[in-house]
Design a protein around this ligand. Structure first.
Ligand code: FAD
Length: 391
């Protein structure tokens, strides 16, 4: 089949990889002029790790990734409140790696070995599904036809809007925004340690990466719509929300305009009754974004793409494949979404009481066995990956 995948983030190239394995002809269209860099450091484990393993990319993920020694919560003067060893949460660490989102995206893309057609700086303008094929008009003016179209175009998916309806029907905004940016030469550095400072309404985190890069991740409570797409307004929102914040937050904010990469988005979930209509389906954040709070959006996106491709390989009719893809994953993803909402107070406590609770839980997480009790389950995925029957 000729399959058009819209969006070359994490879900799109993963789907392309597996569809190519079944002999489909794949076209990837990405609206950015080049593959996008930036973003946070992803804790990569669970079923997503298993998909990466099946793709043979784990050695490269380990080479580019990090195994953190410590996640340390500090107060406004930088004094340690609590320290957690990621190894205590992830168990043996055999099937876990922390990796920058952009490195994960790059490694997946490299695994395609140029076998997919890539259209950069373009997007879909119209989609007409006539029952036998989908006629697509691109922003660049081209007209083409495909057997299937898959929207892997993220939280604010255009494919979803065009085929399923406006965002308001599906987007659950969690009254929080997230910003991630990288700066060079920041001091101090703490190798392999994530430092976190939270107060009412926010959390600021910094992490020293290779090549003298520091990654800063800010999560800020914000009611009302998030300013998507306007960098100056995003900076202003962060500066206002973090005025008076302690620890190193002022220094990090001062460097924000010089950031080498900058990512900003609403913290939202996508909850849809169905991920497919006719010959068009959705994967990744576009279909079932669990939000930043789940800490697993990329790994889950890979699981969705793998499962969709495996079902398309197994079923002769795409309608059956789409239905089985949804049946297999919908309850699992819903449980991830529900669990993520419970973690919101850790990233932007709303009250002093929530802050106190967060800090107490973090202290307890430093004790033996507690991390596994509190977090362990969320890193062991209750989902079985289908076998992949390549043609
Ligand atoms: C640069 C970047 C940085 C990120 N950093 C963070 C972060 O710090 N914290 C966080 O919680 N999540 C972040 N995310 C989101 C995170 O990557 C996803 O939650 C997760 O990986 C699911 O992947 P996805 O492929 O479904 O979506 P994404 O990784 O968001 O990929 C979607 C892709 O589709 C492209 N696209 C969007 N609209 C169109 C269109 N109309 N036509 C064609 N292409 C389109 C986008 O440019 C992007 O490449 C980031 C996403 C990006 C793109």
């Amino acid at each position: 089949m000729r399959v058009l995948i819209v969006g070359a983030g994490i879900a799109g190239p993963t789907l392309a990889y597996w569809l190519l394995r079944s002999g489909h002809h794949v076209t990837l269209v990405e609206q950015a002029p080049e593959l996008r860099r930036g973003g946070y450091l992803i804790d990569f484990s669970g079923a997503g790790f298993d998909v990466a393993d099946r793709m043979g990319i784990v050695p490269e993920l380990r080479r580019r990734g990090y195994v953190l020694d410590e996640a340390r919560a500090v107060d406004r003067d930088g004094r340690r409140i609590a320290a957690i060893k990621p190894a205590a949460i992830m168990g043996s660490m055999q099937r876990y790696v922390s990796i920058a989102r952009s490195d994960l995206a790059a490694v997946i893309f490299e695994a395609l070995e140029d076998a997919a057609e890539l259209m950069l700086g373009d997007s879909v303008r119209t989609l007409v599904d006539d029952g036998n094929q989908v006629r697509v008009t691109f922003d660049s003016g081209q007209d083409r036809t495909f057997d299937l179209v898959v929207g892997a175009d993220g939280l604010h998916s255009r494919v979803r809007r065009m085929i399923f309806g406006p965002d308001v029907q599906f987007e659950k905004y969690l009254d929080m925004v997230v910003a991630a940016f990288e700066v060079r030469g920041y001091r101090p550095r703490d190798e392999l340690t994530a430092l976190m400072h939270a107060d009412v309404g926010f959390q600021a985190l910094r992490l020293s990466l290779r090549d003298d890069v520091t990654l800063c991740l800010l999560t800020v409570a914000h009611r009302g719509s998030a300013p998507i797409g306007n960098r100056a307004t995003q900076h202003e929102l962060l500066r206002t929300a973090l005025a008076g914040a302690g620890w190193e937050t002022p220094a990090l904010l001062e460097l924000m305009p010089e950031a080498t990469t900058f990512y900003f988005d609403a913290v939202s979930q996508i909850r849809m009754p169905s991920w497919a209509r006719g010959r068009v389906a959705l994967v990744g954040d576009a279909a079932a974004g669990p939000s930043f709070l789940a800490g697993q959006g990329s790994a889950l996106a890979m699981v969705e793409s793998y499962t969709l491709a495996a079902e398309l390989a197994r079923c002769s009719d795409h309608r059956d494949a789409f239905a089985r893809y949804q049946q297999r994953l919908a309850p699992f993803l819903r449980s991830k979404q529900d669990a993520a909402i419970g973690l919101a107070p850790a990233f932007a406590p709303k009250t002093r009481l929530q802050l106190l609770l967060r800090n107490t839980v973090m202290r307890l997480m430093g004790l033996p066995k507690v991390p596994d009790l509190v977090m362990g389950r969320s890193f062991r995925d209750a989902v079985e990956l289908p076998t992949f029957a390549a043609s």
